[in-house]
Design a binder for this molecule. Structure first.
Ligand SMILES: C[S@@+](CC[C@H](N)C(=O)[O-])C[C@H]1O[C@@H](n2cnc3c(N)ncnc32)[C@H](O)[C@@H]1O
Length: 229
């Protein structure tokens, strides 16, 4: 399904978030509080927009690995990396893999991120345990995900937009017949909200410190869990 929408995925993200999605990713990068020796793993990286945002941060981390299980998404990410200007492409690499079985030893990254991906993983609890396993003491887990806005009017408008408007326009733009853009909003509705996701992160990592920030009136949430030293 993700393979079907890969080519127009970025355009759809920009248009349907009214150009907010890259600002949400930049917020996630700031939440990671990067240092120059940090190593970052961006899970379910898709076309690599968050991976790139990490690699372009100031100060930049030492390396950023983007991991995803959809080859078509990784092809787009790699194409963007190869045509990228400046030094960020040198810090980035992409590889195929499953969030639930990360191909890395324990404690191998300072930051693990996942943007708009945790709700798509078949067993999100297992993935969260994997993230905790590969994060070093003092490291950060950053999860960006859609939330349920608290204001009733915003909630109503957002639900209408996501269920009636976006699935049609996004599928048309992507030339998609797989039903991906009906599935994506449905997966938001059936996944735990921001409070439930923060609790899930606390439960599965066992780390007490989880902070959540609402963005764009709570349409999106950035959660950060910190592994105790
Ligand atoms: C909605 S896209 C998000 C892409 C990107 N992180 C972004 O910010 O736009 C979800 C991605 O999750 C990936 N994905 C879903 N389940 C996965 C898994 N178990 N392991 C790795 N990637 C997965 C899909 O291939 C897809 O690229």
């Amino acid at each position: 399904m993700f393979g079907q929408i890969a080519e127009r995925y970025d355009l759809n993200n920009r248009l349907h978030s009214l150009w907010r999605d890259q600002a949400w990713r930049r917020f996630a990068v700031r939440q990671a509080r990067l240092g120059p020796t940090d190593e970052v793993l961006d899970v379910a990286c898709g076309t690599g927009d968050l991976t790139r945002a990490f690699a372009e941060a100031a100060p930049p981390p030492r390396r950023v690995v983007g991991l995803d299980f959809t080859p078509e998404m990784l092809l787009v990410a790699e194409r963007k990396r190869r045509s990228g200007r400046g030094t960020w492409p040198e810090r980035c690499s992409y590889q195929q893999g499953d969030a639930q079985f990360l191909p890395f030893p324990d404690s191998s990254f300072d930051v693990v991120s996942i943007a708009f991906g945790i709700r798509n993983v078949a067993d999100p609890r297992r993935a969260l345990r994997e993230f905790a396993r590969v994060i070093r003491p003092g490291g950060r887990l950053i999860v960006l995900e859609f939330g349920v806005p608290r204001l009733a009017l915003v909630r109503w408008f957002n639900a209408l937009y996501c269920t009636r408007v976006m699935p049609r326009t996004a599928a048309w733009l992507a030339g998609d017949r797989s039903g991906a853009y009906r599935y994506l909003p449905a997966s938001v509705a059936t996944f735990p909200d921001q409070v439930g996701l923060a609790a899930m992160m606390r439960d599965e990592t066992g780390w007490p410190q989880v902070e959540s920030h609402g963005l764009s009136l709570g349409i999106c949430y950035c959660h950060r869990a910190i592994r105790p030293q």
